[in-house]
Write a protein that binds this ligand. Structure first.
Ligand SMILES: [Zn+2]
Length: 153
C-alpha cells in the first residue's frame, strides 16, 4: 500500500512558528493547487472553459467585408470538427445534427420522387418581360445604368 501523498505533504505546508508573517496563509490557497506538480496551462484552462460552455475550442477567424460601407471585420467561426479529440463541442453538435438528419430520413438510399417542373406558360414569360422592361425604364430614369459598371447601384 502506498502512502497518500496529500497526507504526507500536509506537515511540510505548515509555516514555522517565527515566520508566520512572511508566509501566506495556507488556508487561503486551495490544497489541490498547492499539491499539483504544475498549474494547468492557460490554453488548457481556456479549452476546459469552452468545453464547459459548449462553444468551439479552436475557432478560426474569417475576414468579412461590409459591401455598403467597405468596412472589414474579423468574425470567429467554429471549426466544425466531427472528431471529439479535436473539438468536443463541435463534434457533439455535428453528432446531434446527424442524428436529427437520420430521424428526418436523410439516410434514405432512394431519392423521393418529385414532380417534373412545368414548362413556363405564356403568362410567366410575359410577366418576366414586363419586369425587365420596368427595370430598364427605372435605370433610364435614375441613371443607375452608369453606376452599375462601378458595382454601385
Ligand atoms: Zn470546434
Amino acid at each position: 500500500m502506498t502512502p497518500n501523498p496529500r497526507e504526507s505533504a500536509t506537515p511540510s505546508r505548515q509555516p514555522a512558528a517565527g515566520s508566520a508573517a512572511s508566509v501566506p496563509d495556507a488556508g487561503s490557497v486551495p490544497a489541490a493547487v498547492c499539491r499539483t506538480p504544475r498549474a494547468p496551462l492557460t490554453a488548457d484552462v481556456v479549452k476546459a472553459t469552452a468545453e464547459k460552455h459548449g462553444v468551439c475550442t479552436r475557432p478560426f477567424t474569417m475576414e468579412v467585408a461590409d459591401n455598403t460601407t467597405g468596412e472589414l471585420r474579423f468574425v470567429p467561426v467554429p471549426c466544425g470538427s466531427t472528431v471529439e479529440s479535436v473539438c468536443l463541442p463541435c463534434a457533439r453538435k455535428a453528432k446531434a445534427l446527424r442524428q436529427q438528419q437520420c430521424r428526418e430520413g436523410w439516410h434514405r438510399d432512394t431519392e423521393p420522387e418529385t414532380a417534373p417542373a412545368e414548362a413556363p406558360s405564356e403568362a410567366h414569360t410575359e410577366l418576366l418581360e414586363f419586369r425587365a422592361d420596368l427595370v430598364a425604364r427605372f435605370r433610364e430614369l435614375t441613371g443607375a445604368e452608369q453606376l452599375d459598371g462601378e458595382g454601385q447601384a
